[in-house]
Ligand binder design. Structure first.
Ligand SMILES: CCC(=O)SCCNC(=O)CCNC(=O)[C@H](O)C(C)(C)COP(=O)(O)OP(=O)(O)OC[C@H]1O[C@@H](n2cnc3c(N)ncnc32)[C@H](O)[C@@H]1OP(=O)(O)O
Length: 252
């Protein structure tokens, strides 16, 4: 049986692939558990110098939470437990001791953008679009995505992205500072080439630079901000406006 999240290793880069292309790589609880297990594995494997996260296929990086499953979460408490679980995985990814790169092979929406925001660097195929569309479902981000996005780009730009809830092109993402580089050509091949330049140095040097990067973060404050984000999102989740919006998506 195919694994919903799998790892492939190539020249000291561990590629984590969200492998549910038929659902545009949406995350369910099993995928969250698997992502966490893959991070455990990579953290303990000395040979893995860099972590790259991508989606299977070339249509989607990740379409966020699996709405067909999470639609069954009706109350604030039920939503809170799911949001907390994934936000803990992403908080860990955000502070991961090795460099992390989101390879945006295709569309990233909702929680998919939160996963991308948890990575240090985002590189994108030119056709990929991204959008923090949660607002259209009458909720906010709830996996820590806004708190993390605010650490990645200028706060006013982050606010624009989440408050408009619109889709952006990869080129716009680059102008906003969300995306570091656009990778032209065969995305898989060219992103492997791009990542190969990160693994020339030894792992202790990379880890030391990564530590300087995460040292800038006040971890306790970030955690508190994420907890407030989860609380707001789970309150909104329990309202009819959210359930009605998801009903509409599911029935389309
Ligand atoms: C936890 C908080 C969150 O993440 S809130 C945000 C949740 N995500 C969303 O609102 C995105 C919903 N999906 C979409 O807008 C589109 O599917 C996107 C990703 C733009 C892709 O469009 P397109 O390439 O035309 O594909 P499509 O819509 O025909 O979808 C193909 C099949 O995949 C499914 N799918 C897609 N996204 C999800 C999702 N998040 N959860 C569950 N299923 C999803 C679609 O329902 C569709 O399934 P089917 O082939 O009709 O059975």
């Amino acid at each position: 049986m195919k694994e919903k999240v799998h790892i492939k290793r190539l020249e000291n880069v561990a590629y984590i692939t969200i492998n549910r292309p038929e659902k545009r790589n949406a995350m369910d609880m099993e995928s969250m558990d698997l992502l966490e297990k893959k991070l455990d594995e990579i953290e303990n494997n000395q040979a893995d110098k860099v972590v790259a996260i991508t989606g299977a296929g070339n249509e989607a990086f990740c379409s966020g939470g699996d709405l067909s499953v999470f639609h069954h979460l009706r109350t604030k408490e039920e939503a809170h437990a799911m949001l907390q679980k994934m936000s803990q995985v992403l908080f860990r990814l955000f502070l991961f001791p090795k460099p992390t790169v989101a390879l945006l092979n295709g569309t990233a929406v909702g929680g998919g953008c939160e996963i991308a925001s948890a990575c240090d660097i985002r590189v994108s195929a030119p056709h990929a679009k991204f959008g923090f569309v949660q607002g259209k479902l009458a909720i906010t981000t709830g996996w820590g995505g806004t708190s993390m996005l605010l650490e990645r780009i200028e706060p006013a730009k982050a606010l624009e992205i989440v408050m408009t809830a619109r889709m952006y092109s990869a080129k716009e993402g680059k102008n906003l500072g969300f995306i570091s580089s656009l990778i032209e050509g065969d995305f898989k091949k060219e992103s492997e080439r791009y990542l190969s330049s990160y693994v020339n140095l030894n792992s202790d040097v990379l880890a030391a630079y990564k530590a300087r990067f995460t040292d800038r973060i006040d971890r306790e404050k970030l955690q508190q901000r994420i907890e407030r984000e989860i609380d707001d999102c789970s309150t909104l989740w329990a309202k009819d406006a959210h359930h009605d919006a998801v009903d509409k998506f599911i029935r389309k």
